[in-house]
Design a protein around this ligand. Structure first.
Ligand code: ADP
Ligand code: ZN
Length: 210
């Protein structure tokens, strides 16, 4: 099964993608994580992407489409995958179509902007493996240390309040039109984000299996 998880920054699509991929034993492919890794490693892509990311803008389509295409060609994606953070523009969705990638379902996690800005300040991410946490809603077992790999968890540069506003604006302008794109193709399922992560997971799993 090939799926797309759609949602505003901070709506929890990454966290939910992780839950579902464990359940279905398929990889969750996060373009945000791949880009952060490229930035951390100082690769050519990372050098190009950093300024866009820090400003809350999207990385240009031609850069990200190439990365995604290579990633879904890997053997672990043969039996399906969850795309977390891709596509983010109609041009990216069209690129998937022209690659011949069949999408079974698009799960949108809907959370109001006001709730998002309040939540973002507590968000933390592992600087090594990219796992995400929240100081209140999804704390690490040991403060400041990633449960999965033991590296340090930090706040993302683009989780500063000003940048969060820019990212929300980018989402509404460039990414939200994908709801119509996939609705008209009969693929869209919308899940209302709940206060508790586990409650959202139940709704997401039901949507995925339904
Ligand atoms: P969030 O969903 O929390 O905003 P992500 O981790 O998915 O964050 O992405 C972080 C940043 O990486 C984005 O703000 C954007 O700059 C860049 N990015 C990730 N995926 C894409 C994409 N598909 N197209 C363009 N830019 C992307
Ligand atoms: Zn880690």
């Amino acid at each position: 099964m090939n799926m797309i998880f759609l949602g505003a920054p901070g709506a929890g699509k990454g966290t939910q993608a992780e839950v579902v991929c464990k359940e279905l034993n398929i990889p969750a492919i996060s373009t945000g994580n791949m880009l952060r890794e490229a930035v951390a490693n100082g690769t050519e892509v990372g050098l190009k992407a950093k300024a866009f990311m820090d400003a809350g803008d999207l990385v240009p389509d031609e850069i990200i489409i190439g990365i995604l295409k290579d990633r879904i060609a890997q053997p672990d994606a043969k039996n399906g995958f969850i795309l977390d953070g891709f596509p983010r523009t109609v041009a990216q969705a069209e690129a998937l179509d022209s690659m011949g990638v069949q999408i079974d379902k698009v799960v949108e996690i809907n959370v109001a902007d006001e709730k998002i800005t309040a939540r973002m300040s507590g968000r933390r991410v592992c600087e090594k493996c990219g796992n995400s946490y929240h100081i209140e809603f999804k704390p690490t077992k040991v403060e400041g240390i990633c449960d999965a790999c033991g590296a340090k968890v930090v706040q993302r540069i683009d989780d500063k309040p000003e940048t969060v506003q820019a990212r929300l604006k980018t989402y509404h302008e460039k990414t939200a039109p994908l709801k119509d794109y996939y609705q008209s193709r009969g693929k869209l399922v919308t899940v209302e984000g709940q206060e508790e992560i586990a409650d959202t997971s139940k709704l997401v799993l039901a949507a995925v299996k339904g």
